[in-house]
Ligand binder design. Structure first.
Ligand code: SAH
Length: 344
């Protein structure tokens, strides 16, 4: 098996090239080629032919294949279905905003978390992605579309904090000035609430935005729609959020999918406001997107507005998330892992 070279950081590349008898500066050259989207070592024309051959005999360069590309007629959002080396497929969504283009990337093939309203988890977890497979989603979405990427959200398929070390390596790679150079403040990571990992992430002192999928402020409701709540109940989760905020000074964004007659009453908004007080939180209300397998329905426009007003009355900023790409099933919770055989 050849080693996956795009998952290596600069220090590892330096060591590898030193072992091949090459000078220090080579590592940067190779790193830059990889993160510009080189598909083979032969493209790396500032390396000798012998070195290119040596690298090729030991390392492989991942290149995902586009199985399907769909573009929303409503808002231009593009959804890619990629095939990975082993035939598994994941989706990536590219959204165009006035303030810049944003890609929503997947961190796992499938998901183990089992949230009742989310399509990504329906077949369970197949495997975790590698750092290069995460970088490739940003890189090749940009190259294919010709659009420059300024923001990244880790909000696609999978639970990023369940793939912790890989996600941290991905952040290091994508943030590198010799690579795509995307600033940490332009990256959001969303979690369903893996508390031990939130505490760990707080220690890393990253400037990224942490989003927490809360969806209900009380255990009786949250446990029925999010199995993770049985392991880490609301109080424990919010405690971890306080710790995160204290240690990093970064305010947390809470995602709240508005589900008709489940979590959308004004009383729930009051409880939510009370529980989030002192957290400098921001709440993102997401009108629930329909998925085939679930009987849950979105809240009415009126219920969402009223919920928002209650939060704001208590001084908690709340925005209603614009739904992009709904005509191509590219909205929150609608992404799926797929196999090549079904798609081709
Ligand atoms: N596993 C991470 C990353 C997924 S992010 C997490 O849970 O945060 C995707 C966001 O969309 C999460 O907030 C998720 O709860 C939300 N979501 C999932 N299904 C949805 C649906 N059908 N409608 C609206 N939001 C949904």
């Amino acid at each position: 098996m050849k080693q996956d070279i795009k998952s290596m950081n600069l220090a590892e590349l330096s060591q590898a090239l030193q072992a091949l008898g090459e000078p220090q500066f080579r590592a940067k050259q190779v790193f830059t080629w990889l993160h510009k989207g080189a598909r083979s070592f032969d493209e790396m024309t500032n390396l000798s032919k012998t070195l290119r051959q040596k690298l090729d005999s030991q390392y492989e360069i991942t290149v995902p294949i586009i199985v399907r590309k769909q573009q929303s007629a409503k808002d231009g959002t593009i959804k890619y279905l990629w095939r990975l080396r082993d035939g598994n497929c994941v989706e990536t969504v590219l959204m165009q905003y006035h303030h810049g283009n944003s890609v929503c990337i997947s961190s796992e093939v499938g998901c183990a978390m089992g949230c009742a309203f989310c399509a990504s988890t329906k077949g369970g977890l197949v495997r975790r992605l590698t750092p290069s497979e995460m970088v490739d989603q940003v890189l090749f979405a940009s190259l294919d579309s010709g659009l420059e990427i300024s923001n990244i959200v880790l909000m696609g398929i999978g639970e990023p904090l369940d793939n912790y070390d890989t996600v941290l390596r991905f952040l290091e790679l994508i943030n590198s000035p010799d690579g795509m150079n995307i600033g940490m403040r332009h990256i959001s990571l969303s979690t369903c609430g893996l508390v031990d990992r939130i505490h760990r992430l707080a220690e890393e002192q990253l400037q990224l935005t942490l989003s927490v999928s809360l969806h209900a402020p009380v255990n009786e409701i949250r446990s029925t729609i999010m199995p993770v709540n049985k392991r880490y109940p609301v109080e424990v989760l919010l405690e971890a959020c306080r710790d995160y905020f204290q240690k990093t000074g970064r305010r947390i964004s809470f995602e709240y999918a508005m589900i008709r007659d489940v979590n959308d009453s004004k009383e729930m908004a009051e409880i939510l406001a009370e529980k989030l007080s002192g957290l400098a939180a921001h709440v993102n209300l997401i009108p629930l997107n329909n998925i085939e397998e679930s009987p849950l329905k979105p809240s009415s426009r009126k219920a969402i507005m009223e919920f928002q007003q209650v939060l704001e009355k208590h001084g908690i900023p709340a925005t209603v998330r614009r739904t992009l790409g709904s005509d191509i099933d590219a909205s929150c919770g609608q992404l799926r892992r797929k196999y090549e055989s079904k798609e081709a």
